[in-house]
Design a protein around this ligand. Structure first.
Ligand code: URA
Length: 234
């Protein structure tokens, strides 16, 4: 594999940045400075250092984004800014896409990856991966509303699967669902006569939103989180 492809796939540099770093003597392979970014490397066995950092080969990239309001998850709406715009240029070229969608005004945990098969499994309804959201609604939820939401409500010809609510106040709490219908939580709340005024995803399967990550910021999943998510679908 070419050294520049290795570095772009790893998301650490664009091809141009890799070529410049090589010319400037900032890349070494097995402790030898390499000045040509087209040099052939072994992605698994070679020790590659880019600007002082060891770059480990990973077939796939996994990113945790704390989605802010105002960004759409899909890339096919040319009128609105999309979540990929929150990533640096080098990470926009490696085929990352959001694993599931959050509405434009929903905030919180969004996973991005270029592992298509894994994303597909995480989103497949039959795998019942749990998504937990912090919510606030415009009206007080009664015990009966909570019962109805937990048992399943009709959201326009479809009855939702059982879910869990933990109330932290009379009009706010957490809701955990295992499905991902379009506008599901908003429609569920409408079905009991109220509406969502705030919605934040706080976990997706085994991955929890990192509270130290500011809205609009991202980080790579840790080794542990990557294993958790890969093993969850084995
Ligand atoms: N349910 C919704 O209504 N919106 C989201 O963004 C996610 C779940």
């Amino acid at each position: 594999m070419r050294l520049d492809k290795f570095l772009t796939d790893a998301g650490v540099a664009t091809r141009t940045e890799a070529a410049r770093a090589a010319r400037e003597g900032k890349i070494s392979v097995n402790n030898i400075i390499i000045r040509k970014s087209g040099t052939h490397v072994d992605p698994v066995c070679d020790k590659i250092i880019y600007c002082g950092n060891v770059v480990t080969y990973r077939e796939f990239t996994y990113i945790m984004l704390n989605k802010p309001e105002g960004y759409v998850s899909s890339t096919d709406d040319p009128k609105s800014p999309n979540v990929l715009m929150l990533l640096p240029e080098r990470l926009r070229r490696i085929g990352l896409f959001p694993c599931g969608r959050l509405d434009k005004n929903t905030v919180g945990l969004l996973l991005l990856t270029n592992n298509g098969p894994l994303s597909h499994k995480l989103l497949a309804p039959k795998n019942h991966v749990e998504k937990k959201y912090r919510f606030r609604v415009s009206d007080v939820l009664s015990a009966e509303d909570i019962d109805r939401l937990e048992s399943g409500v009709d959201i326009g010809g479809y009855v939702t699967a059982p879910c869990r609510l933990e109330m932290t106040g009379e009009n706010e709490g957490f809701i955990s669902i295992t499905e991902g219908k379009y506008h599901q939580i908003k429609l569920m709340m409408s079905a009991v006569g109220t509406h969502i005024t705030f919605l934040e995803r706080v976990s997706f399967g085994p991955i929890e939103l990192d509270n130290s990550l500011e809205r609009g910021s991202w980080r790579y999943l840790s080794e542990n989180e990557q294993s958790l998510i890969e093993n969850a679908m084995r």
